[in-house]
Design a protein around this ligand. Structure first.
Ligand SMILES: Cc1ncc(COP(=O)(O)O)c(C=O)c1O
Length: 374
């Protein structure tokens, strides 16, 4: 029996090995390691894929968020509404800029930000307190947040809208791809993400040419066209050429991989529907299936049983942000976020990657059924 991996980057490498080696060798011979023509080529291909007018690559998904907030001048006084059920990167960039993160509950079925709780949280502020404020929606596990509704809420209250699409590159709403769904979209190329490189990396997508220009300047220390003219405060968030070469190669098989991910998710759906709560994908949406995350009240015991049977699983995430020590000063602890808290106790992510085969999936689902019959 072949071993089941939670995510399998080795098999993916064996598919692309020769091309990746050639591309890396070309970069080594070019002598241009930071930004430059290969990075520009990756940006063009990413824009072509997403249909976003501009792609600016950066050094990580966290920096993609940080640079985007800097470009919007988010800082002291700004409120930034975000889901509590997310990875810490979404929240920390807000606090680093001395803006106030406002934690919002999520929908218990889609796991994404709840528009009902978002409205409640926004309405708890006076209009004058929401100057230069923003919403960061997160596309958790690969399913886009409900951007048509979120954009309406953002417009109504004069808020910026950013999509944290670290997990959802390849996701779709009504044929429109992630990268095009919000005025600014950020993604991550961390190795376990749907489109990934062999190190840290990320990108920002926007149709707004002025914002793109500002973001490009901020990622390189706030320079103008002249590299020694600093026209604003920036940082070093540049992408490197070797990682760009990896992204170009992986993009060439990305759609095939996405088809595989969707096929695997549909097998899980068919096999597990009667046994556990399945991730709910809205009808007009397609997930990028970064993770297939079920819900069960017997989560911890199920995880232990699966591990004893050589089936790796992960808990994304065990604690919501509003309960983390790091953010205790930002949350009124009388204010419960019940769905975020419940999900942290019940979610379990199952193995999902393009190279897992149907027999392996059926082994996983039969072990889950065996556990539930015990
Ligand atoms: C929702 C979310 N936002 C942001 C990030 C940060 O991306 P990176 O690890 O590339 O900095 C991640 C990565 O794990 C993430 O899952």
């Amino acid at each position: 029996m072949n071993k089941i991996s939670f995510i399998d980057l080795k098999t993916q490498y064996s598919v692309l090995e020769q091309n990746i080696k050639n591309s890396i060798s070309n970069v080594l011979e070019s002598g241009q390691f930071i930004l430059g023509p290969i990075v520009e080529e990756a940006e063009l291909l990413l824009s072509k894929y997403t249909e976003a007018k501009n792609t600016v690559t950066v050094s990580s998904g966290t920096d993609a968020l940080f640079v985007s907030l800097l470009a919007l001048d988010i800082g002291p006084g700004s409120k930034v509404f975000l889901p509590s059920f997310t990875y810490t990167a979404t929240a920390e960039v807000i606090a680093l800029l001395q803006a106030t993160p406002v934690f919002v509950d999520v929908d218990e079925l889609t796991y994404n930000i709840s528009s009902i709780d978002l409205n409640l949280k926004i309405n708890s502020y006076k209009k004058s307190e929401l100057n230069n404020s923003a919403i960061i929606a997160v596309d958790l596990f690969g399913q886009p947040a409900d951007y048509p509704i979120l954009q309406k809420i953002a417009d109504e209250h004069g808020l910026h809208l950013i999509s944290d699409a670290a997990q959802s590159f390849g996701g779709v709403i009504n044929d429109m791809k992630v990268g095009k769904l919000a005025p600014i979209t950020t993604t991550s190329f961390y190795p376990t993400k749907p489109l990934s490189c062999y190190g840290d990396g990320g990108a920002i997508f926007t149709d707004d040419n002025d914002v793109a220009k500002k973001i490009k300047s901020i990622r390189s220390h706030g320079i103008s066209n002249d590299p020694y003219e600093n026209i604003r405060i920036g940082t070093n968030a540049r992408f490197d050429a070797i990682q760009a070469a990896i992204i170009i190669n992986k993009l060439s098989i990305f759609d095939e991989e996405l088809t595989q991910r969707r096929k695997i998710a549909s097998i899980y759906d068919q096999e597990l529907g009667e046994y556990v709560l399945l991730p709910r994908i809205q009808t007009e949406m397609k997930s990028a299936w970064a993770h297939y995350t079920i819900r069960t009240k017997k989560r911890n015991a199920m995880r232990k049983f699966l591990l004893e049977n050589d089936i790796p699983t992960m808990i994304y995430y065990p604690k919501p942000m509003h309960k983390q020590i790091a953010y205790q000063n930002y949350h009124n602890h009388k204010d419960a976020l019940p769905n975020s808290e419940m999900l942290c106790n019940e979610v379990l992510s199952l193995p999902l990657h393009p190279y897992i085969n149907e027999d392996q999936i059926l082994r996983i689902t039969s072990k889950i059924k065996e556990f539930l019959k015990k």
